[in-house]
Design a protein around this ligand. Sequence first.
Ligand code: MG
Length: 388
Amino acid sequence: MRSINILGSTGSIGTQALQIAALHPDRFQINALTAHRQADALFAQVRAFRPGMAGLTGMKAGDVEIPEDLRFCDWRFGQDALLCAAGDVPCDDVLISVVGMVGLPAVIAARKAGRRVLLANKEALVAGGQIVMAACGDGPDGPTLIPVDSEHSAIYQCLRAANGNPYDKILLTASGGAFRDYTLEQLQNATLAQALTHPNWSMGAKITVDSASMFNKALEVIEARWLFDAAPHQIQVVIHPQSIVHSMVQFRDGAVLAQLGAPDMRVPIAYAMAYPERVETAAPRVDFAALGKCTFSDVDPVRFPAIGMAYDALRAGGAACCVLNAANEEANARFRSGGLRFTQIGTVVAETLQRIGCMPAHTIEEVYAADAAARDAARRVMEKLEQE
Ligand code: MG
């Protein structure tokens, strides 16, 4: 039996993690659940899984009335809820599936308390990779950080099969998102509704837009750099529209190991939750004969400049990746609220990276300072774009 605290339990990853827990009540016990503001969804989860603690990180005490039958559990609010679930409530594993920079202090709090971190939050690694990896070395009981992002889970699984042999290269696959085959002109006029129709994966709105702009893959290049101690030239993005090969690792003898499966997040989530065992997930099986073929191609750097920006930011070092993430978050949100054209997301990130010089990222405080400076600069870039 492993006990798990889930941060971000009403999101896409959180709800699927609870599906896995419900499939295996003899194996997983839920000790804490937090949501941002979806109180009713959280109430239903607390009713079903009966954790000792629950919290709403985007609300204050008194914002919402806790139903009488749910007062058995310790209710917390705001940042206190996040840190309490990450570090204070005893458990084996903390699944961090919140969106945004709040993932970083959550990882640190979980590690300080000795918990294993199942990481689905990208921002912690992208903005504070150095800090996260310093807190997550292998412990006496094995790994203390297991990635949940499907590509990184795939790479992680391939490396487990490598028997300690160093790799030459990571081949990070990308579906290409909703706009894979759009021309530059079509991209300029792309709408939010079009961006939200992801061909393979069902995810939240922010990440689906990131997938269309390929900033999601840019963030994943940076994640891979930190998780697997890779030099930028050791990471290559490969377009693979079918999303069956979740990523690959190439070794010095030329051999390539890949992890395959249906595009279903329950598989990497369950892998992290049950590690090192594998458990039933109810995910569909790949019918290779029906699939027929898998195809691969390079990223077009003109239509999708995001990938190049990730490599530039990695090479620049310091807080450049944090700046890229913050500028993208601002631009992504502005696009979703109708204030920015799709291709301007990339313009905002590129200009923000240019405006913010080199800033350090050795401490959480430094990362937050760079994040704030980048958001400020990004907003000024967007105001300038609006006037043009
Ligand atoms: Mg991914």
